[in-house]
Design a protein around this ligand. Structure first.
Ligand code: F6P
Length: 545
C-alpha cells in the first residue's frame, strides 16, 4: 500500500507548534534546567549500550508533546508498518524499501511480491562468508599463486561511501588486507591508487547497483586494462568480483559467475552497505564482524518498531530535527563524532540524509510550502573544535549538533580518552550555558586586565549559549554498536521523510547533471560545440583551446 498523503502543515500539532514557537523561542535552556531537577533524566533514553541525552535542546515538556502529536497526526505508525512490510513506499520508482531485510534474523519473514526474501538474503550472506574467508585465509590465491594483500573497491555514492566509512570506522578490527577505494571519475584518483598496487596480489571488487554508472565503469575499465598489461583474460576470474543487480552487464565485463553477488532493487544504494555492497567491509574485518554489525542494526530496527515514540531514539532525533528545521528555521545540522575512527561518518550521512530528504515535491505531486532536508556536515572532535566550532559558538546561525562519544576507547589509553571526553562534555555544556557579559567582565577583572580594556574586550568574549545539542554516548565502538548507530540515522531519515510528506527513497535530482555531462562530453571530444548559454559556451571554448 502507498504511503498516506498528509501535508504536515494542515495538522493541529503543526499549527500548535507554530504558536508554541512564538511563545517559547526566548527561553534559555539554563533557565529550563534551573527550575527542573529531573530534566536530564526525563529527556534521556537508555537503550542497550546507548544513552541519548536530548535535554540540552530548546524544548519544554509541551514542545515534546506537540512533536509527538505531530508524529501521530502524520500517521507515522502506519508508515512504519508499510516500510517494514515491504510495501512500495518508494512510489516514484515502484519499489519497496527493505534494507532492514538485509539484517533480518534467519527466522524472520519479509515478503516482496509474495515471496519471502530472507532465505535469499541468507544465501548471499553465506556466499559473502565463503568468498571473503577464502581471500583472507589464503585459500583463494592470485594468478601467480600468491596470497592477496590488497583489495580495491570500485564504486561511487552508496557503492563507496558506506563501505569506505565502515572500513575506516572498524580499522581497529582489521586483518592484514589493505582496502582501497576508487570512486571519482577523476583519472588521477585511480592512477594514484594503481601506482601502489601489484596486479598479482590485488583483488578488485566492482560495486554498482545499476552497473551503468559512468564513474564506476570508467574506473573498472581502466583497472581492467592495467591488469591485462600484466595478466591474461582468464586471470580476471581470480581477481575481479562484482556486486550488482545487473547480471547481464557484469557478464559483458567478463567477471566470472562465481564472483558475482546480487543486489535487489528493494535496496537503495545509500542504504546498501548491509548487502554484498559491504563485501570490502567483510574482507577488511572478517565476516563475523560484518555480521555483528548487521546484528546491531537489526536490534535498532526492533527498537524503532517497538519502542514507544517518547522512548524511541530515531523518532526523538527526527522530531527534534523537524523542530529546528521547520520552526526555528535552522538550515544545517552538524554531526561531530568524538573518535577519529568515524572521520567519514558525516560524509556518509550526507548522502543518506541529503539524497533522501533533499526533495521539494510532496507526496501529492505539488511543491511543498515548508523546509525539508537539512544540510549535514561535520568532522571529528577535537579537530573540529579548532576549525569551525567558533561559528557554532559565536556565529549568527543556529546549528543543532549531535555529539557522538564512547565511554571506552579501543586501545584503552585512558590518559588520552579522558582528555577527549572532557572536551566532548565541555562543548555541549559551553554551547548550552554560554558566557554572559557579566561573567566575561569578571573573568577579565580576575586576570587584572585594566578597566578600559575590559570595556572594549568584554563584548567579544560573550557566548550567547542556548545552542542545542544531542549527546549520544555509547559504551564502545564495536561492529555491533556501529551497526546500531548507522541504523539509528537511517530511521531518522525515514521519520523525517514521513513528516515532510516527501518520497525519501528516489534520487531524481542527480539525473539532470548526468544527462548534461553526456552532451558536454561529446562537445569536448568532438569537433564543434552544441548550443549552450554564453557562460558554459565560453568556458568550453576556453577548456578546448
Ligand atoms: O548519485 C546517484 C546514485 O544513483 C546514488 O544513489 C548511488 O548510490 C550512486 O549513484 C551509485 O550508483 P550505482 O551503485 O548504481 O553505481
Amino acid at each position: 500500500m502507498a504511503l498516506n498523503n498528509i501535508d504536515p502543515t494542515t495538522t493541529n500539532a503543526w499549527n500548535k507548534l507554530k504558536e508554541h514557537y512564538k511563545t517559547s523561542n526566548n527561553l534559555h535552556m539554563k533557565e529550563l534546567f534551573g527550575g527542573d531537577e529531573s530534566r536530564a533524566e526525563r529527556l534521556s533514553v537508555r537503550w542497550n549500550d546507548f544513552l541519548l541525552d536530548f535535554s540540552k535542546n530548546l524544548i519544554t515538556t509541551e514542545t515534546l508533546q506537540l512533536l509527538l502529536d505531530l508524529a501521530d497526526e502524520v500517521e507515522l505508525k502506519d508508515a512504519m508498518a508499510k516500510y517494514f512490510n515491504g510495501d512500495e513506499i518508494n512510489q516514484t520508482e515502484g519499489r519497496a524499501v527493505l534494507h532492514t531485510a538485509l539484517r533480518a534474523k534467519k527466522t524472520d519473514a519479509v515478503y516482496v511480491d509474495g515471496v519471502n526474501v530472507v532465505p535469499e538474503v541468507f544465501e548471499v550472506k553465506q556466499h559473502i562468508k565463503e568468498f571473503t574467508e577464502s581471500i583472507i585465509n589464503g585459500t583463494s590465491k592470485g594468478y601467480t599463486g600468491k596470497n592477496f594483500t590488497d583489495v580495491v573497491n570500485i564504486g561511487i555514492g552508496g557503492s563507496d561511501l558506506g563501505p569506505a566509512m565502515v572500513t575506516e570506522a572498524l580499522k581497529f578490527y582489521k586483518n592484514h588486507l589493505n582496502v582501497h577505494f576508487v570512486s571519482n571519475v577523476d583519472g588521477d584518483h585511480v592512477h594514484e591508487i594503481l601506482k601502489t598496487l601489484h596486479p598479482e596480489t590485488t583483488l578488485f571488487v566492482v560495486v554498482s547497483k545499476t552497473f551503468t554508472t559512468q564513474e564506476t565503469l570508467s574506473n573498472a575499465t581502466t583497472i581492467k586494462k592495467w591488469f591485462l598489461q600484466h595478466a591474461t583474460q582468464e586471470d580476471i576470474a581470480k581477481h575481479f568480483a562484482a556486486v550488482s543487480t545487473n547480471t547481464e552487464k557484469i557478464a559483458e565485463f567478463g567477471i566470472s559467475e562465481a564472483n558475482v553477488f546480487p543486489m535487489w532493487d528493494w535496496v537503495g544504494g545509500r542504504f546498501s552497505l548491509w548487502s554484498a555492497v559491504g563485501l570490502s567491509i567483510a574482507l577488511a574485518v572478517g565476516y563475523e564482524n560484518f555480521d555483528s554489525m548487521l546484528l546491531g542494526a537489526n536490534e535498532m530496527d526492533v527498537h524503532f518498531r517497538e519502542a514507544e515514540f517518547r522512548e524511541n531514539l530515531p523518532v526523538i532525533m527526527a522530531l527534534l530535527s523537524v523542530w529546528y528545521n521547520n520552526f526555528h528555521q535552522a538550515e544545517t545540522e552538524a554531526i561531530i563524532p568524538y573518535t577519529q575512527y568515524l572521520s567519514r561518518f558525516s560524509a556518509y550521512l550526507q548522502q543518506g540524509i541529503m539524497e533522501s530528504n533533499g526533495k521539494s515535491v510532496g507526496r501529492n505531486g505539488k511543491r511543498v510550502g515548508y523546509g525539508t532536508g537539512t544540510i549535514i556536515w561535520g568532522e571529528p572532535g577535537t579537530n573540529s573544535q579548532h576549525a569551525f566550532f567558533q561559528l557554532i559558538h559565536q556565529g549568527t546561525k543556529l546549528i543543532p549538533t549531535d555529539f557522538i562519544g564512547f565511554k571506552h576507547s579501543l586501545y584503552g589509553d585512558t590518559n588520552h580518552h579522558n582528555k577527549l571526553m572532557a572536551n566532548f562534555f565541555a562543548q555541549t555544556e559551553a554551547l548550552m550555558n554560554g558566557k554572559t557579559l557579566q561573567e566575561a567582565i569578571s573573568e577579565l577583572k580576575d586576570k587584572g586586565v585594566p578597566e578600559k580594556e575590559i570595556e572594549q574586550l568584554a563584548p567579544f568574549k560573550v557566548f550567547e549559549g542556548n545552542k542545542p545539542t544531542n549527546t549520544i554516548l555509547i559504551n564502545k565502538l564495536t561492529p555491533k554498536s556501529l551497526g546500531a548507530l548507522i541504523a539509528l540515522y537511517e530511521h531518522k531519515i525515514f521519520v523525517q521523510g514521513i513528516i515532510w510528506n516527501i518520497f525519501s527513497y528516489d534520487q531524481w535530482g542527480v539525473e539532470l547533471g548526468k544527462q548534461l555531462a553526456g552532451t558536454i562530453l561529446k562537445d569536448i571530444e568532438g569537433d564543434g560545440i552544441t548550443s549552450h548559454d554564453s557562460s558554459t559556451l565560453r568556458l568550453l571554448q576556453y577548456f578546448k583551446s
